[in-house]
Design a protein around this ligand. Structure first.
Ligand code: HEC
Length: 219
């Protein structure tokens, strides 16, 4: 919208009689944009579309702090507050069972759709884990913003603390790292409890491709 307004001002000025007027108008626009608060510029730049409403621009405390300290250390008291709030909000499986179906977990890990304006809100969201993590050795396409999760269950076992740690990470990674870049799958309602259980099974089940050895290199 800001760019559009600048453009239309320019158009009006260009249609006017003097070139000087056009120059004055072009000169004014960036000054106005530079003094507008960032929230106004953001709100002016987006329009609600489908399920992507402008409420998504409202930052919670964690997001405000992490935006303010992007690339800098977060002060201790704020970091502790974010971690405590994230940890307090985690909901563990009601039936005490962490595991669902790893095959469905694999689909969730490989699915990158959901929550965008052009996605069908009636369909379940994906977890898009491969965008940031290596997981099964057989899958060649993955991002590296997150660490490799290959052999995750095999390397860590299935003790209660490990299961709880992993569930908490999936629910809200800010319980461990105040300004984590990992999506808050449980906390933000991206994945449902059964979906989170499926992803847990994908990470831990000995039969899951995540825990199978890497295929031998081609001769
Ligand atoms: C946008 C990138 C991104 C996506 C998408 C993402 N993660 Fe992460 N994940 C990270 C980062 C970065 C870390 C490192 C720790 C941190 O900063 O929180 C991490 C850490 C983890 C850890 C902790 C690993 C350890 O060794 O302790 C697990 C488990 C994990 N992610 C699982 C998943 C799963 C499962 C999914 C999909 C449902 C997923 N992640 C999606 C970025 C991502």
């Amino acid at each position: 919208m800001t760019a559009y307004r600048t453009g239309s001002r320019f158009l009006l000025a260009a249609l006017g009689s003097s070139l000087l007027a056009a120059c004055a108008n072009i000169g004014e626009a960036p000054k106005a944009a530079a003094t507008a608060p960032p929230e106004t510029t953001l709100a002016d730049s987006f329009e609600p579309l489908g399920q992507a409403g402008l409420d998504r621009l409202q930052q919670n405390t964690m997001q405000k702090v992490c935006s303010e300290y992007e690339g800098k250390p977060v002060p201790d008291d704020l970091a502790k507050q974010i971690i405590a709030e994230a940890a307090a909000g985690v909901r563990y499986p009601a039936d005490g069972n962490y595991f669902g179906d790893w095959k469905n977990g694999e689909k969730i890990a490989k699915t990158g759709t959901g929550l965008q304006s052009n996605d069908d809100p009636a369909l379940p969201n994906g977890g898009n884990c491969y965008a940031c993590h290596q997981m099964a050795a057989e899958e060649l396409a993955y991002g590296t913003l997150g660490l490799s999760l290959a052999q995750y269950g095999k390397l860590r076992g299935q003790s209660e603390p490990i299961l709880q740690y992993t569930w908490t990470r999936l629910w809200n990674a800010h319980a461990y790292n105040p300004c984590s870049h990992m999506p808050r799958f449980g906390d933000a309602g991206i994945l449902s409890e059964p979906q989170l259980k499926d992803v847990m099974a994908y990470l831990f089940d000995p039969a899951s491709p995540v825990n199978l050895p890497a295929p031998a290199p081609a001769p």
